[in-house]
Design a protein around this ligand. Structure first.
Ligand SMILES: Nc1ncnc2c1ncn2[C@@H]1O[C@H](C[S@+](CC[C@H]([NH3+])C(=O)[O-])CC(=O)[O-])[C@@H](O)[C@H]1O
Ligand SMILES: O=C(O)C(=O)Cc1ccccc1
Length: 241
């Protein structure tokens, strides 16, 4: 069983956030209480994957954590000979993900792999999902990863990309941050938890603005990018090759 997230409830010397065994233990509660619309985003990514999956192709879930998007995609695939490749570089996440997926039956095969997205080969892909993962990749490596995804996508293939975003200027950014912190407060996080978590993620999770995301995707060659979800500073988009 997973538990309630109280990782930052006590005052501590805050270290950089990592996806270690303690985080894995409380991850479903943490993400549900921290990301507005998480359940809607996961289920809609599954629907979109069902719509864009092509027969005889691969679907990727990059930074799969416990496999929420993999499960959602798998439920919606009705094309023949599809395979899901779910990748994460946290060993405790991958171990728990494998256990979790065994609890559900499906005809669609899933490979859960421990590995770094930077080193992963992507080929014959109809769908690549990154649900709040690109934000953990250093900013100067993001274009390289996205370029590799673009090259690995089949014509008509899609990238499903969810990200925490930065407001377009300081005034707009602070407005979105305040609304998000209110959301966390409403979900039971204390001021101490909110502020210590903010410190923990500030060096490891750098956000880009929506315009930066859009420009980069366009530059790489994606034909269409559409935001289909935004609440505060959390957004999800689809980019079509
Ligand atoms: N370079 C990398 N290579 C592989 N994995 C990575 C890398 N960097 C980070 N990760 C992994 O990306 C995941 C990000 S969480 C994704 C939620 C999930 N998609 C969900 O729909 O529940 C988002 C969040 O917690 O905000 C973690 O499991 C990391 O180990
Ligand atoms: O918790 C936060 O403040 C976030 O921005 C989202 C988040 C969720 C899970 C891990 C890291 C960041």
């Amino acid at each position: 069983m997973t538990g309630k997230d109280s990782i930052y409830a006590t005052e501590q010397e805050v270290r950089d956030f990592t996806f270690d065994a303690n985080v894995v233990e409380v991850f479903p509660d943490m993400i549900q209480r921290s990301v507005p619309g998480y359940a809607t985003i996961v289920s809609t990514m599954g629907k979109l994957a069902g719509q864009y999956a092509q027969s005889n192709s691969n679907l990727y879930d990059l930074g799969c954590s416990l496999g929420a998007v993999t499960l959602s995609m798998r439920r919606n695939i009705d094309k023949e000979n599809c395979r899901i490749i779910a990748v994460d570089n946290s060993l405790p996440m991958v171990e728990r993900c494998q256990m979790h997926l065994k609890g559900f039956k499906s005809d669609v095969p899933v490979d859960v792999q421990l590995g770094d997205i930077n080193e992963l080969a992507i080929d014959n892909a109809s769908v690549v999902a990154m649900n709040f993962t690109l934000q953990f990749i250093p900013q100067d490596q993001r274009a390289i990863v996205l370029e590799k995804i673009y090259q690995g996508l089949k014509p008509g293939g899609v990238l499903l990309l969810s990200e925490k975003i930065k407001g377009e200027n300081d005034i707009k950014d602070n407005l979105l941050i305040d609304l998000h912190h209110d959301f966390k407060r409403h979900n039971g996080y204390s001021e101490l938890e909110i502020s210590q978590k903010r410190t923990a993620i500030e060096n490891v999770m750098r956000t880009d603005s929506l315009s930066a995301h859009r420009n980069r995707l366009e530059q790489i060659g994606f034909a269409h990018t559409q935001v289909w979800y935004q609440c505060f500073n959390f957004c999800s988009m689809i980019a079509i090759k």
